[in-house]
Design a protein around this ligand. Structure first.
Ligand code: GLY
Length: 367
């Protein structure tokens, strides 16, 4: 069986990545259509390495591998950051993937170090990994972000790899807190839930990149879907499958006809910027979920196809996906491109193509 559109979309996406392999720095978001790069990888450098690994995986081309290997050392220097809930997002697609593909002990070591630093941030009183420490002039040490679910697979990988049970305990404790406080009855999710960092007492919902404490930020919803889907397949428990399913039902129930979500589901006027990155992350999550819940496989394929039609950039463009919104409230990357949108689009296409051709499916967060 084949889906020609998916093969073509993946080919065009990897051509786009190939054309950028020699660029200095890590692509982060575009501004006026031009990539803004970071020297240290910000929170997104792992996705650039992941795109390079994906090209190597699909094409066996050493230029992709060399670019991934060049992207890793600066990130590896950040593996012990003490206030960084994105360590899993940074190190799963870069170092774990690099270890899986090359067997290099240095990548295994870096990924384990990042897992150790992530677990060390666990707040025992509140049973969560905080989003940030001091950030934007405020203490966010009691803030818990729905995004962090996507970092937890690193801890489950590290527990299995090292035999250190603590990593799994922290992942499951944080996950339980997230499921309890981020999910609303209708399946939508809160972006940030605030706790007292000393006592762990719950204080109430908030947001940083979304519209309001009571709204549903689209990328957060997508992290909820994909994070829980990845955790479920890593054996974290049936509750993650159910939570992902509920979040997916909300997502699909509020998706415009063209398949591109508004940047926040409560900002749904006709001219609100869309977020193709949220669509890519959610589509990937649905494909993962579809392995356990088959009707969601078809939904994931349909969402991915709609995304390719609505937002894949034409050949020769410097990014894979158009129409992503990184952080509208702070005026960053509105109707632009993001490296994480590009990465999850490629990952989802890889996953789909491998499944359709019956080949082992290396493109996933999990075993
Ligand atoms: N921390 C992940 C995000 O901003 O989406």
């Amino acid at each position: 069986m084949s889906e020609d559109w998916a093969t073509a979309a993946l080919g065009r996406a990897l051509d786009c990545v190939a054309a950028r392999l020699g660029t200095a720095g890590y692509p982060h978001v575009t501004q006026g259509g031009q990539w803004v790069t970071s020297a240290d990888g910000s929170w997104t450098g792992g996705f650039w390495a992941g795109l390079c690994w994906a090209g190597y995986e699909e094409r066996g081309d050493q230029q992709f591998r060399s670019a991934a290997e060049r992207a890793l050392p600066p990130l590896m220097g950040r593996a012990s950051e003490p206030r960084n809930h994105d360590l899993g997002m940074m190190f799963y697609p870069s170092a774990v993937k690099g270890f899986q593909l090359t067997g290099a002990p240095r990548y295994r070591q870096a990924a384990l170090q990042a897992a150790s630093a992530l677990a060390a941030q666990f707040n025992e009183a509140g049973r969560f990994i905080p989003g940030w420490g001091a950030f934007g002039g405020e203490d966010w040490g009691g803030s818990v972000l729905v995004d962090t679910l996507m970092s937890l697979p690193l801890l489950l990988w590290a527990a299995a790899e090292s035999g250190e049970a603590r990593y799994r305990e922290v992942a499951l404790a944080h996950g339980a807190t997230s499921l309890a406080y981020h999910w609303r009855a209708d399946g939508s999710t809160v972006h940030v839930y605030h706790f007292d960092p000393l006592t762990g007492a719950p204080l109430g919902p908030g947001t940083y990149q979304g519209l309001s404490p009571t709204s549903c930020w689209s990328r957060g919803q997508a992290w909820a879907i994909a994070g829980c889907a990845a955790l479920a397949r890593l054996g974290a428990g049936e509750q993650y499958l159910q939570a992902a399913h509920r979040a997916t039902s909300y997502y699909l129930g509020h998706l415009p006809a063209d398949g591109l979500p508004p940047w926040d589901f409560h900002a749904s006027g006709p001219n609100e910027p869309r977020d193709s990155a949220a669509a890519a992350i959610a589509s990937y999550g649905m494909l993962l979920l579809g392995e356990a819940l088959p009707p969601l496989w078809e939904k994931g394929v349909a969402c991915l196809r709609a995304l390719a039609e609505a937002a894949q950039a034409p050949p020769g463009h410097s990014s894979v996906l158009l129409h992503a919104t990184a952080d509208l409230p702070h005026g960053i990357g509105v109707d632009e491109s993001t490296v994480y949108g590009d990465y999850f689009f490629v990952l989802a296409l890889q996953h789909l193509n491998h499944k359709l051709t019956g080949q082992p499916c290396p493109a996933r967060w999990g075993p």
